[in-house]
Design a protein around this ligand. Structure first.
Ligand code: MN
Length: 402
């Protein structure tokens, strides 16, 4: 018996300070797991004698999410204690699967899914492109975190192929709409937040209470058909231009691993209404640097720290009307775009709606995605004591329209 696979250097991006959650194929079953180094620790077997054994024997995190933050912290401490000494590592070492060749599944059943629009730079860029004669930001933008309800059943795990959507489009120059595969298929580099702990219909979650419902984060790609979207979105917002597929990373980084990544938000002016304010520390951004690769070429490095709204404000806003939370709810930040051109999180912005093509390392150019293109988003964040975390990647390849 050896503790070797779990005796990792302190600065390993998947060391004991990280412990992201996933779901792995074990024979015909799906087991919950935690990533440590290049291995997945099978929680269904490793945690079989813990107080959370029943919830961790499920194929999804939903039951464990419902237990709330004390259970989440309890399991994390239980794991970190064992990873901290040789006997504990040897004990856990009996429940490891090498990541290489392992099938990763969506680790939670997505309950409701909401997508926000929390980057001022992204909202300004999109406003300038779609409404060149109007104000870049809509009048409500700095008063509330704008969002829409997406389609939870088409949230797919990283690695799932994306079939090019088909639908209606009509440019202002077209006399009538036409039907066919989207010709403006795009990405949106986002961060997803996984929610735990249900609340009753008719209740609200305050900004201060919101942190207790934030289980973890995962990189998220909100694939978007800009031509379908541009024709359909007035007056009710995104619909079929978004709902065909959204990809999420297979590993969920717990909020508890991100204490060192918390940063102040940009200044919020005007001051938001009282229900969007919180006590010290309850409003925060995250110092994540994302990298977006298209067929291997880095096309953008969006900085999440520039986002205008705190995830706690997004969650409070999502429930201020009395809407319930369900364990497994997912909300995403909206496209992350920084001030610089090379920090824009969508092709719409990077190519200014197709007018300024990108050149990839193989010499080819892109305005929007072509069949066969692979987009991969990665990110790092500061961990404790000068360490770094690497978030699980989110990746997808475009297949021709069906
Ligand atoms: Mn989006």
């Amino acid at each position: 018996m050896t503790d070797a696979p779990l005796a990792l250097p302190a600065d390993h991006p998947y060391g004991p300070h990280h412990l992201p959650y996933g779901a792995i194929g074990v024979g015909d079953e799906v087991h919950l797991a935690v990533r440590i180094g290049d291995h997945a620790l099978d929680l269904a077997t490793a945690a079989a004698r813990t107080p959370w054994a029943a919830e961790l024997a499920e194929p999804t995190l939903n039951a464990f999410l419902e237990l709330g933050p004390r259970a989440w912290a309890g399991l994390r401490s239980w794991l970190q204690e064992r990873l901290g000494d040789e006997a504990g590592r040897a004990e856990l070492g009996q429940h490891l699967h090498a990541l290489d060749g392992l099938t990763l599944h969506l680790p939670f059943r997505v309950a409701d899914y909401v997508d926000f629009y929390a980057s001022e730079q992204h909202a300004s860029n999109v406003g300038s492109i779609f409404r060149p004669d109007g104000d870049a930001l809509t009048p409500n933008w700095k008063h509330l975190p704008i969002g829409y309800h997406g389609r939870s059943s088409t949230v797919v795990v990283s690695g799932t192929d994306i079939v090019r959507p088909t639908g209606q489009r009509k440019t202002p120059a077209d006399p009538a709409p036409v039907f066919g595969p989207s010709i403006k298929l795009d990405i949106e580099a986002e961060l997803g937040f996984v929610v735990g702990g249900s609340t009753p219909v008719g209740s609200r979650v305050s900004v201060d209470e919101a942190a207790d419902h934030l289980f973890g984060i995962a990189l998220f790609n909100d694939w978007s058909a800009r031509d379908i979207q541009a024709w359909e979105y007035v007056p009710l917002g995104p619909f079929l231009g978004k709902s065909f597929a959204s990809s999420i990373a297979a590993w969920i980084t717990p909020m508890a691993a991100l204490e060192s990544a918390r940063v102040d938000l940009p200044a919020q002016d005007p001051e938001p209404l009282p229900y969007l304010q919180g006590s010290d520390g309850s409003l925060f951004g995250l110092d994540l640097t994302m990298e977006v690769r298209l067929n291997g070429t880095v096309i953008s490095r969006p900085p999440y720290a520039t986002m205008y709204w705190s995830p706690t404000q997004m969650l409070a806003h999502m429930t201020v009307n009395g809407a319930a939370l369900t364990s497994g709810d997912l909300f995403a930040s909206g496209t992350t775009s920084g001030d610089d051109v090379a920090q824009r999180g969508s092709l719409l912005e990077l190519t200014w709606n197709g007018s300024e093509p990108l050149t990839l390392e193989d010499g080819s150019t892109r305005t929007f995605l072509e069949d066969g293109d692979t987009v991969t988003i990665t990110a790092t964040a500061p961990g404790p004591d000068g360490t770094t975390l690497a978030l699980g990647e989110v990746s997808g390849t475009i297949r021709p329209a069906g």
